[in-house]
Design a protein around this ligand. Structure first.
Ligand code: ZN
Length: 244
């Protein structure tokens, strides 16, 4: 994986606009990882995907992440910042290619969900149906005693055990941020989704940079490529000269 230049970042953002939300992360990472095929990237676990997205975001926009949230008790809007380093979950070990779970007489082998699995349920509005499809994709074999069964016939306690084991084996896929409200003192944990966070920043950045290109191209007649090749500091200097 390597960092994006400004021009590559704009291209990646533009390409992402033509993809459904569930495919954007794969499109971004495929652009940043020329050594990996589209299929390889889509097969990375969600934790692996999010770890790489977080690193890419850090290379692109720096080590601090800033956002806003609404207090879930009083509705107050609060600003929060967090260091990217604090969002990286320390890897205990590479998650195994296959996991297994035994609950009572049930014995199940399964793999971790990946971007391809999430894309497969993106259009599914029924949460139970989505979970069934996801399990069908991830469960390789399921047995009750010696009898092979389909994953959709697994009872909820077995499914819950599988889901918990998946989360434990791939913790970077489920990152939460501790927030507290300065108004009412309420404390809670918010789910942090690096994909939508990075995508939001990327869109805002692209809009700002294209505006800068417009001002500098109008003032100096420079081509877009030359303006994008300027360092952000130099771009800001020329913008200040033309009052942009
Ligand atoms: Zn509050």
């Amino acid at each position: 994986m390597r960092p994006f230049s400004s021009a590559e970042l704009l291209d990646a953002g533009e390409q992402g606009l033509s993809e459904p939300a569930s495919r954007r992360a794969v499109a971004l990472l495929t652009s940043a990882c020329p050594e990996a095929s589209d299929e390889t990237v889509a097969a990375w676990s969600i934790g692996e995907r999010d770890s790489r997205l977080l690193t890419l975001r850090e290379w692109t926009f720096g080590s601090q992440l800033l956002s806003v949230a609404n207090c879930s008790a009083c509705g107050e809007r609060l600003e929060w910042t967090v260091k990217a380093a604090d969002l990286h979950v320390a890897k205990q070990a590479e998650p195994p290619a296959e996991l297994s779970s035994e609950v009572g007489q049930y014995q199940v082998n399964f793999r971790l969900p990946n971007s391809g699995d999430l894309a497969g349920i993106a259009e599914c509005e029924d949460i139970v149906a989505a979970r069934t499809i996801l399990l069908e994709g991830c469960v390789t074999t399921a047995r009750l005693a010696d009898q092979e069964i389909e994953s959709r016939h697994l009872p909820s306690e077995v499914v819950n055990a599988i889901v918990k084991q998946m989360a434990d084996a791939d913790p970077q896929g489920d990152v939460r941020i501790d927030l507290s409200c300065p108004c009412c003192g309420h404390c809670w944990q918010a789910l942090f989704d690096i994909e939508s966070f990075f995508w939001g920043e990327l869109n805002a950045w692209a809009g700002r940079v294209l505006g800068e290109v417009h001002i500098l191209a109008s003032a100096y007649g420079w081509p877009e490529t030359d303006i994008l090749n300027l360092s952000p500091q130099r771009r800001r200097f020329y913008l200040s000269l033309v009052g942009g």
